[in-house]
Unconditional design. Structure first.
Length: 89
């Protein structure tokens, strides 16, 4: 969680320096997803954290079941995807 907080803090500065309304709206979605993760992670679903348009509509993850947070759907090691369960959690 500390890495996530640091990323949000760093990104906040960058977003404040940009004048793009679109970027600010997308950043608000990212921050909302981060707030969800900081709470009860078990109630956060995969689709809750796919916030960017391409992630929601064109990524491989959009076709995955709507896994619950904390279920290790990526495997025990970071990024391991060879054993992704097919059941919806």
């Amino acid at each position: 969680m500390e890495q996530l907080r640091n990323a949000i803090k760093s990104g906040e500065k960058t977003i404040k320096e940009t004048s793009s309304r679109h970027a600010a709206r997308e950043w608000a979605k990212v921050k909302r997803a981060a707030q969800l993760l900081a709470g009860n992670i078990a109630v956060v679903k995969l689709k809750d954290v796919l916030v960017e348009w391409k992630a929601k509509t064109q990524s491989v993850m959009m076709t995955w079941p709507n896994y619950s947070g904390g279920t290790h759907y990526l495997g025990e090691t970071q990024g391991e995807t060879s054993d992704i369960p097919a059941a919806d959690h």
